[in-house]
Design a protein around this ligand. Sequence first.
Ligand code: THU
Length: 163
Amino acid sequence: MDKKTIYINYQVYHNKEEMPADLQKVVDAARKSSLNAYAPYSSFRVGAAVLLSNDIVFCGNNQENASYPEGLCAERVTLFAAMANYPQESIKAIAICGNPIHFQLPHPLSPCGACRQVMVEYENKFHHPIQVVMCTMSGECIVVESAKDLLPLQFSSNDLNGK
Ligand code: THU
């Protein structure tokens, strides 16, 4: 038996101004997009934005439904819409920002497991890591250099192909 440990590195920015300009742009877009979330059931608005390899910023937000499971997280709304419109552009970064209606989030929003899986799929499609920027509405942001950092030992198409 072997015992192994997985570590992740991440950066903590205390405010937006500390970040590189391209990340500031995508954080701004995610924060703004949270205001357009359709979250009448949870009141938990989430905004997301991706920075594509052509430098376009594409944003989205969570979309809920009276039949609860049919709703979709902001990250997947954004990733699927961006990839439907720009299928040849790799994704440089995704920013995510939680903006609940009834309280302020005390720490940056971390993406759910299903959204991490979808991010990893596009990393593999383009052989390019996606920086994941997890944000509050006005303060701290946490950045990991790859979605894989958030999903160790991930399942991928390699598994389907016996690799
Ligand atoms: N939600 C997101 O949009 N992204 C996340 O990473 C976590 C949760 C949404 C789904 C649902 O509309 C609401 O937040 C409450 O779970």
